[in-house]
Design a protein around this ligand. Structure first.
Ligand code: ZN
Length: 238
């Protein structure tokens, strides 16, 4: 059983469709994938892509709502949340500071739903995506489970804090390697890591191999491939 916690729909350079991704997943033995839109266009366009993603979810995809917490309309946020398993934040794409106090209202609403949040995190000359800084978000809202994408840039500072926080996780996409996974599993256990590919920006086969080739026990690989994701997504059966 494998769940991919990080895939994108509607990427402009990519010709693939939901069916094409589904075919690739079947080829790779990936049963289900968390999916969210990858557009940085207008508010309307993003909302349209969210609905399209939801409509195409079928039984393979686990749709997440991508939104700008600064501009989303309250009614729209409440209505749309019902269909989605979780939420996607992109502080660089949507250009906002996730620690901004004015976003409290949004995060308090998320807390009540119990849904996980996957947040883009990289060190890229943008304080709003710096995992060492935005780990404060997990401290501010201890009831929300946060998945820091791209292995939180494999930051030592981030990883020194993650064990103090029950609600902080990382996905394996892009910024990891078999060596990095082995090292961090020793430090923080396998319970804080979920498999993610960042499709189509990376390749599912390559991303899968990084976990498969890590010298860690099969039980720990199961945690990373689906056990932790299943708990975060509150899936009874996958
Ligand atoms: Zn991504």
């Amino acid at each position: 059983m494998i769940i991919d916690f990080h895939t994108h729909s509607g990427v402009s350079f990519d010709k693939s469709t939901f069916n094409e991704l589904q075919r690739k997943m079947q080829q790779m033995g990936i049963e289900r994938a968390v999916i969210f839109p990858s557009t940085q266009e207008s508010y309307q366009k993003l909302m349209q892509k969210n609905v399209e993603t939801l409509d195409n979810a079928g039984k393979f995809f686990i749709p997440f709502l991508r939104f700008n917490p600064k501009t989303i309309k309250k009614e729209e946020f409440e209505a749309l949340q019902k269909g989605f398993y979780g939420l996607r934040l992109t502080p660089r794409g949507e250009n906002f500071d996730p620690l901004d106090k004015s976003l409290e209202r949004i995060f308090e609403t998320i807390e009540k739903t119990g849904k996980p949040v996957i947040i883009h995190s990289r060190k890229e000359n943008n304080i709003n995506t710096d995992p060492d800084r935005i780990i404060e978000l997990a401290k501010m809202y201890p009831k929300i489970n946060f998945v820091f994408a791209h292995f939180a840039n494999d930051s030592d500072i981030f990883f020194s804090k993650i064990n103090e926080l029950e609600n902080a996780y990382v996905d394996t996409s892009v910024v990891s390697s078999p060596f990095i996974i082995e090292r961090r599993v020793k430090e923080i256990t396998s319970k804080k890591i979920v498999f993610g590919s960042d499709y189509p920006f990376s390749d599912q086969e390559i991303e899968l191999l990084k976990v498969k080739k890590a010298e860690i026990s099969e039980m720990k690989k199961e945690d990373i491939f689906y056990g932790n994701a299943k708990k975060l997504l509150n899936l009874q059966k996958v």
